[in-house]
Design a protein around this ligand. Structure first.
Ligand code: NAP
Length: 287
């Protein structure tokens, strides 16, 4: 099998998506894992040293500073990890023919569009996290071969996420107020990892044009609707009340609409991810 001979590096390997990718791709490719203990991507000398001794066909770059609110207080660190980290990897691998896959976010958009964002829409981030991820996208475009995957609202078996938060809060309180005026596409990391595998197989077998690809579970909902779905599936004895964003103080602003259209990915691969409702059900069954 051609995939078996491909050497893949997954950065951010102990993160929520990195873990899902290790499980999904580990048996199919020769996968190596990188986390902060192996190499801090903000340290250009350490990154040079790491890549001087290894070569990869594909780098899937999941390492990131993902604390959206904290980034407002630590913009330099968020920039160093999300943007300079990518530039450091580019510098350390310059001249190689490796495919660089950069994981990006729906938060590169301002949320003003009244329909799902396509890959052609102009990003206009409204918080530091989104700004630094967008800068990371710009550095990713320096690679001779690159794919930028924009995804959103991740949940999965590893790491903290909204689903776990709702389960925990519902065990502590009888009423939960959840924001109802921000919509997006919740995405299960194991489904996303399968879609990335599909993209890689398509890349290897047919070729894939460099550029941006949106990949999320299908369908759109608000955080409130998602919380109601979780409560219904788990039969949680909790009342969930819809509130507006202005009644839920967060340091970082969030786009009101950050739904991403998956049509480009579907046209390329013929693969559509399950609807978000099914994804949540699958996740809760296995939790
Ligand atoms: N989570 C979401 O809802 C979401 C939505 C859209 C897009 N994304 C994007 O998807 C990707 C994966 O997200 P995730 O939720 O899986 O992230 P995550 O769970 O926060 O994992 C990020 C990983 O990056 C590592 N890391 C942080 N700083 C590093 C450094 N300086 N050097 C090397 N490694 C470093 C972290 O290691 P430590 O834990 O040791 O710090 C962690 O293992 C990210 O690019 C993120 O921007 C996420």
């Amino acid at each position: 099998m051609v995939e078996k001979s491909k050497k893949i590096l997954i950065t951010g390997a102990r993160g929520m998506l990195g873990m899902a990718l290790s499980k999904t791709l580990g048996s199919l490719f020769k996968a190596s894992l990188l986390d902060k203990d192996d190499c801090d991507i903000t340290d250009s000398a350490a990154v040079k040293y790491f890549f001087a001794r290894r070569e990869f066909d594909v780098i899937i770059h999941c390492a990131a500073y993902t604390a959206v609110d904290k980034a407002q207080d630590e913009p330099e660190l968020a920039y160093l990890v999300n943007a300079q980290g990518v530039k450091n990897i580019f510098d350390a691998t310059e001249g190689s023919n490796c495919l660089f896959i950069y994981l990006s976010t729906d938060y590169v958009f301002d949320g003003a569009k009244p329909a799902p964002y396509t890959e052609e829409d102009t990003p206009r981030p409204i918080n530091v996290y989104g700004q630094t991820k967008l800068k990371g996208e710009q550095f990713a475009r320096l690679f001779k071969r690159y794919l930028i995957i924009r995804t959103s609202w991740l949940f999965g078996p590893d790491g903290n996420n909204f689903v776990r938060t709702i389960l925990k809060k519902a065990s502590e309180k009888s009423v939960l107020d959840v924001v109802n005026d921000q919509v997006g596409s919740p995405t299960y990391t194991l489904h996303l990892a399968l879609a990335i595998r599909k993209l890689l197989e398509t890349f290897i077998n047919k070729g894939v044009p460099c550029g941006v690809y949106n990949i999320t579970n299908s369908g759109v909902c608000s955080w409130y609707t998602l919380a109601c779905r979780i409560a219904a599936l788990k039969k949680l004895p909790v009342e969930i009340r819809p509130i507006a964003s202005e009644h839920c103080f967060r340091k970082a602003g969030r786009p009101k609409n950050s739904a991403l259209s998956g049509e480009k990915f579907y046209a390329l691969t013929g693969f559509r991810l399950p609807r978000w409702q099914e994804a949540v059900e699958d996740y809760l069954k296995n939790l």
